[in-house]
Design a protein around this ligand. Structure first.
Ligand SMILES: O=C(O)C(=O)C[C@]1(C(=O)O)C=C[C@@H](O)C=C1
Length: 298
């Protein structure tokens, strides 16, 4: 004799229906992404450029929108984790995608953070120096490099390789983690993602500028000039090319990586204003990318 259907059976039946609906929507989303990929490929073919399918600004906007509508007891961080896995899969449907991550044996935290962001199925290679990760992007063996968020005391910083005005060069495109560190191992240091993708605004952004100074201009005066031009600096790293004493007060050529609490594009009039203010001192400014401010999830 068949046993009677219990309330638990009914609830599981409901779960099966929900799972089917989620799965149907996932397959429907994939069909739309195929059309997006074709549109991007056609656009690139018209200009003769290599198609780049990754759009970090759009990804950040999607996640911020979902977080704003999220309610109930399901953890918000897990929603982000699921979407991160999906979004990289949808990017990979459009074209080749691989990650090179700075993750030497004793620093696996960056690997975990990169895997959480780009998913468990993306081709990912660990390299022993940030420079090797950047090289992989320049040489086209990786789409994205994951490197440590810059520290003030780096004497040979990786970001000096991004100081260039060439169009199509690799730039900073995201800050990781975007939705919380979860159970990632290792040091509590954030990472930056670098790719040959333009820096695009999302409404809540940071921009990284490289400022090369050929003469004697103190960090204090540079900060004042940035403020005066409406470019509020919130982070500062300085590199003195070999052969020059390190020190904050100038005395030789220096290159600064300055984080600005705003979106700044390469043609932004505030950059021209900064150059005007430097007077006789040779100054070169480039946008080395930026990132959407990560989510603050409780
Ligand atoms: O909107 C796009 O350009 C897409 O390619 C779609 C999509 C997505 O899955 O939503 C995938 C990859 C991009 O990095 C951003 C978003």
């Amino acid at each position: 004799m068949a046993s009677a259907r219990t309330p638990l059976d009914d609830l599981r039946r409901e779960i099966d229906q929900i799972d089917d609906a989620i799965h149907d929507l996932l397959m429907r989303r994939a069909a739309v992404v195929e059309r997006i990929g074709a549109a991007k490929g056609n656009g690139a073919a018209e200009t003769g450029a290599q198609p780049v399918f990754l759009r970090p600004a759009r990804e950040a906007t999607i996640l911020r929108r979902l977080m704003a509508r999220h309610a109930g007891t399901f953890p918000a961080q897990v929603v982000v984790r699921i979407w991160r896995e999906m979004i990289t899969a949808f990017t990979r449907m459009q074209g080749p995608f691989a990650v090179a991550v700075y993750a030497p044996e004793d620093r696996r935290g960056f690997w975990d953070v990169a895997r959480d962001h780009f998913g468990g199925f993306v081709p990912m290679t660990a390299v022993n120096t940030p420079a090797a990760a950047l090289r992989a992007v320049s040489e086209g063996t990786a789409t994205v490099a994951v490197v440590p968020y810059p520290a003030e005391d780096d004497s040979d910083p990786w970001w000096r390789f991004l100081v260039s005005a060439d169009a199509g060069r690799p730039q900073v495109v995201a800050r990781l983690p975007f939705g919380g560190r979860g159970n990632a191992r290792g040091e509590n240091r954030d990472a930056l993602a670098i790719a040959a993708v333009p820096h695009e605004p999302t409404g809540d952004d940071r921009t990284l500028l490289s400022i090369e100074i050929g003469g004697d201009l103190s960090r204090g005066r540079l900060k004042d000039s940035l403020e005066a031009c409406g470019l509020p600096p919130v982070g500062f790293c300085t590199w003195h090319p070999a052969g020059h004493a390190t020190g904050m007060s100038g005395g030789g050529p220096s290159v600064h990586l300055v984080e600005i609490a705003d979106f700044v594009g390469q043609g932004d009039p505030r950059l021209a204003k900064l150059l005007e203010r430097s007077g006789d001192i040779p100054v070169r400014v480039n946008v080395v990318g930026g990132y959407a401010v990560p989510l603050a999830l409780g």
